[in-house]
Design a protein around this ligand. Structure first.
Ligand code: PMP
Length: 356
């Protein structure tokens, strides 16, 4: 039986993506070859890469606006250093919002390249909210933020208006909600939440911001080189890019980001209503910053943990335990998680209440 998969990533993908991916492993495009054994320079795969790059921009509403989409390897973690390498001037300065563990990991890498100003941090409150009311130094080369804090279950609802490039790590909520993506100059996201399997990272760049920081950048870390090579500077992660294309096609057929946002809002409303109603549970993040992707919650009395764990496992739920830095539970509800799976979890929470 297929589980209700609440994994924080890699995570649930649409069933049709699993099926079409499996088919392509056996016989890609009826070619008599597996997608795992073809050249990345073959006509069939170049078509996959071209469509994936174009569709990513189309879904984000960025077609024809001076942006390029790349499918790179190395995870979002490599972007933590590629972003400063490409954008921070020698002896320059970058501004970072410290809203969680991943933001903090990005800050650590930026420090290798120059002065890194933390404009605000919620670390002291174990990142239970997104810092607000900060000011960004006007002489910074760029501002970096994290749209969704996967571990803590908080999400930025607003983004600042600034006279500098805005860089955003959207790994855990890209393609999940309508945002004016043209506000950003560099967006990056590991595929393994809303886009596909692990192994590739979507990087969306406004081309005009590149080549201005005066640094000599090693080829593989230079966004311009990847753009020039049409995301084929070296052998790209062929299969993750293909599965990502299938997921993007699924999203387009569903009606795009606006359509999935409605479903995501319904899922989030359902789980948070139960967390707030059920006297056995409490939310971990402050209400106004709650993420629609990762709902973090705790039992008021840990003594019920064993019973609750046995109940949700028996209901076919997988991947619910929270990250060790928060504890409790984390219901990750990425795009492909059906509303019905959230109902199953909510029913278990109600059952637990009745059983006590
Ligand atoms: N940023 C965010 C917001 C994440 O959730 C993660 C991983 N879950 C990362 C960055 C790191 O991604 P990767 O493992 O692809 O390097």
């Amino acid at each position: 039986m297929k589980k209700h998969n609440y994994s924080a990533g890699p995570c649930v993908l649409p069933q049709e993506v699993f099926e079409k991916s499996a088919e392509a492993i056996l016989n890609f495009n009826n070619s008599g070859l597996s997608i795992l054994e073809i050249s990345h320079r073959s006509k069939d795969f170049v078509a996959v890469m071209d469509e994936a790059r174009a569709l990513a921009l189309e879904l984000l509403g960025l077609t024809g606006k001076g942006y390029q989409a790349l499918f790179l390897a190395g995870g979002a973690s490599l972007e933590f250093l590629m972003a400063p390498y490409n954008l921070m001037k020698e002896n320059g300065k970058a501004a970072y919002l410290d809203s969680g563990t991943w933001a903090s990991a990005a800050i650590k890498e930026a420090k290798f390249f120059g002065e890194t100003v933390i404009v605000a941090s919620s670390k002291e409150q174990n990142y239970n909210h997104v810092p607000k009311g900060y000011s960004v130094p006007t002489d910074a080369d760029y501002f970096h933020c994290t749209s969704n804090n996967t571990i803590f279950g908080t999400q930025m609802k607003e983004f600042p208006n600034l006279n500098m490039p805005i860089v955003c790590d959207m790994s855990s909520d890209i393609f999940s909600r309508v945002i004016d993506f043209s506000k950003f100059d560099l967006i990056y996201a590991g595929a393994q939440k809303n886009m596909g399997p692990a192994g590739t990272t979507l990087v969306v760049i406004k081309e005009e911001i590149l080549g201005k920081n005066g640094r000599t950048i090693p080829s593989f870390l230079d966004y311009s080189k990847h753009i020039k090579a049409e995301s084929m500077y070296n052998t790209p992660p062929v299969f993750p890019v293909y599965a990502s294309l299938l997921t993007l096609q699924w999203l387009k057929n569903l009606g795009g980001i606006a359509a999935i946002e409605k479903i995501n809002n319904a899922k989030a409303a359902l789980i948070y209503a139960e967390i707030d109603r059920n006297p056995l549970f409490k939310g971990a993040a402050v209400v106004e910053d709650r993420s629609t992707m990762n709902a973090t919650f705790l039992l008021n009395d840990e003594a019920h943990a064993q019973t609750f764990d046995a109940m949700w496992k028996a209901a076919g739920i997988s991947g619910l335990p929270g990250h060790r830095s928060v504890g409790g539970y984390r219901a990750s509800m990425y795009n492909a998680l059906p509303l019905e799976s959230v109902q199953v979890l909510v029913d278990v929470m109600k059952e637990l209440e009745k059983s006590i």
